[in-house]
Design a protein around this ligand. Structure first.
Ligand code: SF4
Length: 147
C-alpha cells in the first residue's frame, strides 16, 4: 500500500523544516499588500506586491532579512495557525491547517513547478510593484478574489 502524503498524515507543527518549506507553492499571493477593515476585521487583497519580490521568479529577494526590511511581513510559523485566516484560500498552509488536501496544481501533487502559473494561481504578470504606484491610493487596487 502506498504511503500517505506527509501533508495528509502530519500536523504542521510535526513537519520537518524541509516538508514545511515544500508546502509553499510559490504563488506569491501572501506578498501582496492587504487592507483590513477596522470595523469588521475583514481583509482585502490588492494587486500590489512588495518591492522585494522577484517579479519573474515570484520569490522574495530578501527572504532571510525580510522581517527587518518589512516589519509587518509575517513569518509563518506552525504555532500561529490560528492567525492564518488572512492567507489566500489556495495557500497550502491554510489548507493543511484546515485538514484539507492539496489541489492538483500544487507542485507537490503535480510534480511540475509551472502548474501554479498554468492554473492561474500565481501572481506572475498580474500585479504592480509597490514602487510603481502611489501607496496613498492603495484602496484603488483592491481585488475581489483570493480570500
Ligand atoms: S500564499 Fe502560501 S503558498 Fe502562496 S506564496 Fe504565500 S505562503 Fe506560499
Amino acid at each position: 500500500m502506498a504511503a500517505k502524503a506527509f501533508w495528509l498524515e502530519k500536523k504542521l507543527e510535526d513537519m520537518s523544516r524541509e516538508e514545511w518549506e515544500s508546502l509553499c507553492d510559490g504563488c506569491g499571493r501572501c506578498c501582496l499588500h492587504k487592507l483590513e477593515d477596522e470595523d469588521d476585521g475583514r481583509v482585502y487583497y490588492t494587486n500590489v506586491a512588495c518591492q522585494y519580490l522577484d517579479f519573474e521568479k515570484i520569490q522574495c529577494t530578501q527572504y532571510l532579512t525580510r522581517n527587518q526590511l518589512v516589519p509587518h511581513c509575517v513569518v509563518l510559523q506552525p504555532e500561529h495557525v490560528a492567525q492564518f485566516h488572512w492567507l489566500p484560500s489556495t495557500c497550502a498552509y491554510r489548507l493543511v491547517a484546515d485538514n484539507q488536501n492539496l489541489p492538483e496544481w500544487h507542485p507537490l501533487v503535480s510534480a511540475d513547478t509551472k502548474s501554479v502559473v498554468d492554473a492561474g494561481i500565481s501572481i506572475k504578470d498580474r500585479v504592480h510593484n509597490e514602487l510603481d504606484i502611489n501607496m496613498d491610493d492603495l484602496q484603488e487596487y483592491v481585488i475581489e478574489d483570493f480570500l
